[in-house]
Design a binder for this molecule. Structure first.
Ligand code: IPM
Ligand code: MG
Length: 354
């Protein structure tokens, strides 16, 4: 098992450290496992003058899986786009063709009171947001800020998808639904955007190969509303890069905190990049208050998706449930009467539960 560890910036460092501790513990001292740490984001700039240094790219290429923290620093907008620390993650996704981003939103029973939604709305919630990750307005050309004919500054980004990009994420969606509750909801904006009209057409075409899976369509505004109104109607939500970015943050809050949400980004094989959905959170970085559970759960997804170690992944997830049941809470999931712990203590508690 060759694992590249890229803690990156902000709380990425603290939470990844806890995930690695738990990983070592669940695998045991004799596991054939090699961890190689590589700098990324501002850490990459500091080490090698590039947010995604050549060496880091090589390590990523050779690895079976990447455990990623988060990358980015506030105020990097002045830097040329591809050299921004935050863009290193996007470059890595593109380089490794990690087009399928799995973002499960699962309600942990013990956190039901931490959700801002009523318990009866989120009770037993288990949905999967499948976000296309290498296309769309994130990567479409042309892009940039220039002066137009009137001498005025003008910004441009381009929403672009070709048929094959839509088709491949469509197949992943239907195959994922087959392992779950056989329902796919495709989210687009086909009423306004041509790109999204194509999205809807191709999804409908792909669905013919999966007659056992029910396909529905929602416009993204309606999908946002339905996520808040009745999230349990969803099984797999498949959507483009930008809508998936937005909807997955919203879905995170259904479960109480974005500090709980793991993700896996996959290409065609078993190689994947695993990262918490939360990002760098610079306001709380270095204070030992960040929630390491999303990172720990991302590591569990790695064991499951890249290495097929279902039992070990289960063990990690059970350990997380246990510490929640014990009443341990980081600040983001604080509840009255529960014990407040920091990042390290939360990691230690998971280790003990394991
Ligand atoms: C995410 C993040 C990233 C994204 C940022 C940090 C570039 O918000 O993974 O959801 O927009 O994809
Ligand atoms: Mg996001």
């Amino acid at each position: 098992m060759k694992i590249a560890v890229m803690p990156g910036d902000g709380i990425g460092k603290e939470v990844t450290e806890q995930a690695v501790r738990v990983l070592r513990a669940v695998m045991g001292a004799h596991a054939a496992m090699e961890l190689v740490e590589a700098p990324v984001g501002q850490a990459g700039v500091d080490a090698a003058g590039d947010p995604l240094p050549v060496q880091t790219r090589e390590i990523a290429d050779k690895a079976d899986a990447i455990l990623f923290g988060s990358a980015g620093v506030p105020g990097d907008e002045a830097i040329e786009y591809m050299m921004r620390p935050g863009a290193s993650l996007l470059r890595l996704r593109k380089q490794l063709d990690l087009f399928a981003n799995f973002r499960p939103a699962v309600m942990f029973q013990d956190l039901i009171g931490a959700s801002t939604l009523k318990p009866e709305v989120v009770q037993g919630l288990d949905l999967m947001i499948l976000r296309e990750l290498t296309g769309d307005i994130y990567f479409g050309e042309p892009r940039g800020v220039h002066r137009n004919a009137k001498g005025e500054r003008e910004g441009i980004n381009t929403m672009r998808y070709n048929e094959s990009e839509i088709r491949r994420i469509g197949h992943v969606a239907f195959q994922t639904a087959r392992l779950r509750r056989h329902k796919v909801c495709s989210v687009d904006k086909a009423n306004v955007l041509d790109t999204m009209q194509l999205w809807r057409e191709v999804m409908t075409e792909v669905s013919r190969e999966y007659p056992d899976v029910e396909l529905t369509h929602l416009f993204v505004d309606a999908a946002a509303m339905q996520l808040m109104r009745d999230p349990r109607q969803f099984d797999v939500i498949v959507t483009g890069n930008i809508f998936g970015d937005i909807l997955s943050d919203a879905a995170a809050m259904l479960t109480g905190s974005i500090g709980m949400l793991p993700s896996a980004s996959m290409s065609y094989g078993k190689k994947g990049l695993y990262e918490p959905v939360h990002g760098t959170a610079p306001d709380i970085a270095g204070k030992d208050v960040a929630n390491p559970l999303a990172s720990i759960l991302s590591m569990a997804m790695m064991l499951r998706y890249s290495f097929g170690l279902q039992e070990k992944a289960d063990q990690v997830e059970v350990a997380v449930r246990k510490v929640l049941a014990q009443g341990l809470r980081t600040a983001d999931i604080a509840q009255p009467g529960m014990r407040r712990v920091g990042t390290q203590e939360m990691g230690e508690a998971v280790l003990r539960a394991l």
